[in-house]
Design a protein around this ligand. Structure first.
Ligand code: C2E
Ligand code: MG
Ligand code: MG
Ligand code: MG
Length: 290
């Protein structure tokens, strides 16, 4: 059962609020209106390369600025949007907006950056998803290699044949694919071989107690080693401390994302962040001298 029904339809409570306003949300009216009235915004959280701590990418994270209730986090409205089906127009808006931002940043003269977008389960099952994405790429004229789609383990488990077809279609277009929240879903590792993906994002729950809980150390270390031998890039999510970062660097985790480096921010702030991020040290390493 989805989160929305598990909570008996009551998703959001506020201390001062007596009524549960999920009815409003589940009706879809709120979400539909929010799309039309531009209440959604994409925030961006930098992805940091471990070797020189240089920002090499970003994850697009959806924010809903509600005129009365303020900022509603995605964990609270995505399940509602999934149930009502509004995730389809909303998810399409997210992909389009991210591609427009990639295009905008490049036109500002910034070096191109990889942006990943989260897909939801229902959105991934959408039969014309590949065409929709192709349309957005044509419309925004961005190089598809800068767009990455984040999938979750559960999405890959449903209908293997259809899933593989879809993933190959994305790969043929040049889009990058990654598995989000890795380690929290089904434990079968067979799909890592079966599906054409390029990277894994280790879930924050394994990073949280790194250096404190030796089980987490073992899991993270083994996941990175396995990913490397399968030629997959590894990104650690939710890195909050220097000690976590040191361990991840020791384990040779290629990229990290977390509050230690930056919180998700508006596109305007992200442009400023990119402009201030300093030199790309690896760009100055002359392979001839190695
Ligand atoms: P996710 O894709 O795993 O995204 C990472 C989440 O971890 C984000 O939460 C981010 O703000 C948070 N985070 C990053 N670094 C840290 C850290 O150091 N400490 C802590 N405590 N948190 C950190 P956010 O933005 O609230 O998003 C939550 C989830 O909502 C996402 O998890 C994703 O599953 C979903 N989501 C967000 N945007 C979209 C979207 O556009 N479409 C879909 N389908 N889902 C989305
Ligand atoms: Mg994600
Ligand atoms: Mg995640
Ligand atoms: Mg998540």
């Amino acid at each position: 059962r989805s989160k929305a029904s598990a909570h008996n339809g009551c998703l959001l409570y506020d201390a001062g609020m007596t009524e549960c306003y999920s009815a409003y949300l589940t009706l879809g009216g709120g979400l539909r209106k929010a799309i039309e009235e531009g209440q959604f915004e994409l925030y961006y959280q930098p992805k940091i390369r471990s070797t020189d701590e240089y920002a090499v990418g970003a994850e697009a994270l959806l924010r809903w600025h509600h005129p009365e209730w303020g900022m509603i986090p995605p964990d609270q409205f995505i399940p509602v949007a999934e149930e009502s089906g509004l995730i389809l127009p909303l998810g399409e808006w997210v992909i389009r907006r991210a591609c427009q931002h990639i295009q905008e940043w490049q036109s500002l003269g910034l070096p191109p950056i990889n942006v990943s977008v989260n897909l939801s389960g229902r959105q991934f099952l959408q039969h014309d998803l590949v065409d929709i994405v192709q349309g957005i790429l044509t419309e925004t004229k961005i190089d598809p290699k800068y767009l990455e789609l984040e999938l979750t383990e559960s999405m890959l488990m449903s209908d293997a044949h259809e899933t593989i077809k879809k993933l190959h279609a994305f790969r043929e277009m040049g889009i990058m694919l990654s598995i989000d929240d890795f380690g929290t879903g089904y434990s079968s590792l067979a799909y890592l071989k079966k599906f054409p993906i390029q990277s894994l994002k280790i879930d924050r729950s394994f990073i949280q107690d790194l250096g404190v809980d030796s089980d987490d150390d073992a899991i993270v270390k083994a996941t990175i080693a396995m990913a490397q031998s399968l030629n997959l890039k590894v990104v650690a999510e939710g890195v909050e401390s220097r000690s976590q970062m040191n361990l991840l660097t020791n384990y040779q985790c290629q990229e990290v994302q977390g509050f230690l480096f930056a919180k998700p921010m508006s596109s305007t702030d992200f442009v400023e962040y990119l402009n201030n991020r300093g030199p790309d040290l690896e760009a100055f390493i002359d392979p001839e001298t190695l």
